[in-house]
Each structure stands twice: as C-alpha cells, then as structure tokens.
Write a protein that binds this ligand. Sequence first.
Ligand code: 5AD
Ligand code: SF4
Length: 469
Amino acid sequence: MLREETIRVTPEEMAAQRQFAKEFEALTDRPRTYHIVTYGCQMNAHDSEKLAGMLEDMGLSPAPSREEADFVLHNTCCIRDNAERKALGNVTWLKEIKKERPEMLIGVCGCMVQEPGMAEKILRQYPFVDVAFGTGNIYQLPELLYRAASTRRRTVAVPEEQSTLIEGLPIRRESDFQAYVTIMYGCNNFCSYCIVPYVRGRERSRTPDDILREVECLQKQGVQEIMLLGQNVNSYGNDVPGGLTFPQLLRKVSETGIPRIRFMTSHPKDLSDELIREMAENPVLCRHLHLPVQSGSNRILQAMNRRYTRESYLEKVEKIRKAAPDVGLTTDIIVAFPGETDQDFEDTMDLARMVCYDSAFTFIYSPRTGTRAADMPGRIDPALATERIERLIALQEEMTQKRFAEMIGQTASVLVTGASKRSENQITGKTSRNISVNFEGNAGLVGKIVPVKITAASKTTLKGRIETP
Ligand code: 5AD
Ligand code: SF4
C-alpha cells in the first residue's frame, strides 16, 4: 500500500525544528535578512512561501534586494535544461557578491538538488554554497541554517526516499486574496520525458481534514480565490483507501464559502465524468481547465507513456464542452520529442486547431538524465525543433485571438489583482476563465471581484469597462 510508505513528519520533529529556529535567533552573528529566488511551477512558488514562513519564524525579515540579503536561497527547478542552467548561473553570480561580503550565506534547494548526483556536484563545483537541501526536507531548514551559521560549515541534506508528508509549516503568503493549497505531493505517472516523479517522489495525498482546515482558515481571512495544487489532482485520494475522490473533495472545499476555486494539474487519463459533472454544476469552480495534451500523435503519446490516445483525449474535450461550454481549456505541448516525424507534428498542429485552446504552454523537448526518453533514439535537430515550435506558437496565437474575439461584449466577473504595469488609472485582474483583463479603476478595488464588460482584445489580454450595478 503506497500510503504505508508515506512518512508523516511527526509533531516531535516539528517541535525540534522550532527549537532550532529559536537557537538560530539567539545566535549573535546571525543573518538578519533573506531573499528567496524561485524558479519553476506553482508548487515551487508555494514551497517558497513555506520557506519564507520558516525564515520569518527564525527572526529573519525580507531583504530589499538579493545583493543586500544575509541569506539568499535559490528554490530551483529542473524540468528542462534551461531552468537548471538559469538557476546555476544565478548561484554563480552571487559568488562575486560573497567575496565582498563573506558573511553572506547562500542556499540551494528544490527539485534540482534532488536530482541524482547533484548534491555532490554542488559540494564539488560550488564551494561558496553553504546550505543545500531537497524537496522532501524543506521542514529541516531551521536546523540546516542553524548548523551552517553556527559552525560556518556547509550543510547538505537530501533524502533518498521522497515520501514525507509535512503538515504545520508556517506560511508567508505572497497575496492576501489569492492562496495556494497543496492537496497532494509527488507523481506516479512516469511520463517518459519527465523528471518530476524522480525529484518529487510518489503520490501522497493530504487528508481532507488537513486541507479543509487550511481552506476554512483562508476563507475567514477573506481570501477570494484558492488554487488547489498537485502534479495530478485527478488521482487525489488514490493512496487513501476509502477516502474522498477529487470531485468529492472539491464539493467539500466549495462548502467552506471560499468564493473561487481553481486547481492544477489534471492528467487527461484520470479526468472522470464525475469531475466534468462537478465542473458543470458547481459555480464556485473557476471556468478553467488545464489539460496538458503534450502531443497530438498516438505514436508519440505512447512513447511518452501518457496512457491515453488522441481520440480519447478529444472525446473528453467534447464531453467538457457539452457539459460546461463556458469552461476555457489550456494545455501543455512538447515538440520534437525523440522520433517525432513531420506527420506526428502535423497531428499535434491539427489537434491544437481542433480544440482551439484559450492558450498553450509550448516546450521543446529537453532530455533529462535518468528518464526513459533520454535514452530513446531519434533526437530532433534543434533547427527543426525551433521551426516546429514557432509554427505551433503562431497557430496558438491565432486560436487565442479567435477565443478572445468570442468574449467581446460579454460581462465577466474579474478578481482584481493589481495595478496595470503599463498605465496609470488602469487596474488588472483575472476572469474566472483565467484570462487577464485590463480596465480603468482605482487601486482600492484590488482583492475584490467586480463585473467587467469586455470591450476589446489584444494578443494576450482583454480590455474592459467596469460595470456599475
Ligand atoms: N522537456 C520539455 N518539456 C517538458 N515538460 C516536462 N518535462 C519536459 C521535458 N523533459 C513540460 C510538460 C509538462 C510541463 C510542466 O513541462 O509539457 O506538462
Ligand atoms: Fe511529469 Fe507526467 Fe507526472 Fe506530469 S503527470 S508531473 S508530466 S510524470
């Protein structure tokens, strides 16, 4: 049973960490400010909120800039080679700053550190890094930082087994009105290109009680929108016999009174009729579904180990469109997977045209050491890969324009998220369908949900006019 392998970090261990936090605070030459540089997905962004929560518990406060911070922590991503190179480049850049301020502490954590051999590489090639730890032991940050600061010796902690489930970490949330809530950690799918199962471990679901307690607390604080996070939310609860399914969990979470619920990410093979029904019937669920297709070719889908076909994916899209026509679909697509022929790529283009997504994240395949696809023959020439992705992006732009044009004249409820970067008097927000809208209004509306009439569309955003009731 998978559940039996899951190790819940005990209250005793958490208490020991709090003790380290206190001892750290009592150090006289302790660092006083921190800066976290975050790479990658929402899961990482949320981990950074937990890391910040722990650091503030230890008496540190945010630094105005990375250069001025006493402790700079890089929360890394390794999903593609460029994410990894960017993180390592930025760590190296700090080396010069540390020459001038030797008391500065530098940390590296997150998915990259969890890669086989990476901890050793960091020890060997990055001697100015003081603390390194993996995704499974972020809760040990107080202990690791205390040891590094008190002994000035480098501390590295990477668990071999990624099976921890951690409750009760302090969280310093970035926003007062939008919040991430993790419902499960890890992934069991082993898509052949993907490193996530290796660096984040197997699926572990949080209990409904723990999730609901967190959401109730957010609701009381006035949070308007939560995003439930998991690598594959549709398999929520599979590791807990007799527990809730994901749609049942959604129903319970919406009963807390939170105004808006989003979730990420859904694996198409596990998208159930029950979830489609819940999307159609539950008005608290945002009108957006991210459904990564990765490829439109059955041959490639099989090589990717996605365990659905182009036909079954399109069937599910059809069902959603029928049951909940106002739900916007978005996707992830990988081009130039090993062995991808012109015809395979045309199949992807054709599928993107058929579904007409609101938007798509497009990636060139990047080999990850240790994954099955890394050893597959038929690597695609980089020039051809670039040509393919450019064609796909151009097609998607066309599709986005088509979708946006359909929205002109409609009134959307928009959660105001901030002031527009481009001009004064303009505020910006997100529709339930997860599309950005810019419109005239004052900054006092930030954090509120308001009705906005859509008047025009640009390439990536909508323009609108606030409706007065
Ligand atoms: N190369 C390119 N893209 C990848 N993704 C995951 N692994 C790789 C890889 N090795 C993409 C997938 C996934 C998204 C988060 O990142 O499209 O859905
Ligand atoms: Fe990676 Fe596939 Fe798991 Fe998504 S479902 S995290 S792509 S292995």
